[in-house]
Design a protein around this ligand. Sequence first.
Ligand SMILES: [Zn+2]
Length: 177
Amino acid sequence: MEVLILENKTNSEKDRCLRQKASPVKNFNEEIRQAARNMMDAMRDGKGVGLAGPQVGLLRRIFVTHADGDEPRVFINPSIIWTSQEQVSIEEGCLSLPGVYADVKRPGKIKIQAWNEKGRAFTLEVSGMLARVIQHEYDHLEGILFIDRVNEAKREKLLSKLSKQAAGREKSQKISR
Ligand SMILES: [Zn+2]
């Protein structure tokens, strides 16, 4: 399962996927369970702590998390039903934006309702890293990336770093061919 990397180009198929709102999962069947397993694997391979459907070209409302000190979790059709007034600033990165990081301010505590891959509903009240990862992944379902949550100047900087890296990757691929 390939993780899509933002190209930041018009007419990019990958960007369109990353920028689109995902639609709800309708059936809790073997197909969605397999997707969840594949996403877990891709997350681990990328050494990530979370991964959302749109990042692997699956425009469905599903994401997986494995925050430090927490167990692996699957969230399907999630809704964030409460967020704390208090906001915290934490550095974020993203498997779809490799090599760039930025401090992002978000609520420190949240309550989320979702279904797991077996179709069982659950509610979680969390803070710390898991609350952060969940909010980041939830954004992916809305077509929002963490670079959208920093100021314009910072965003430009991150995007230019990203395109320089992409150019570097292309170059090294050509050389190795
Ligand atoms: Zn991400």
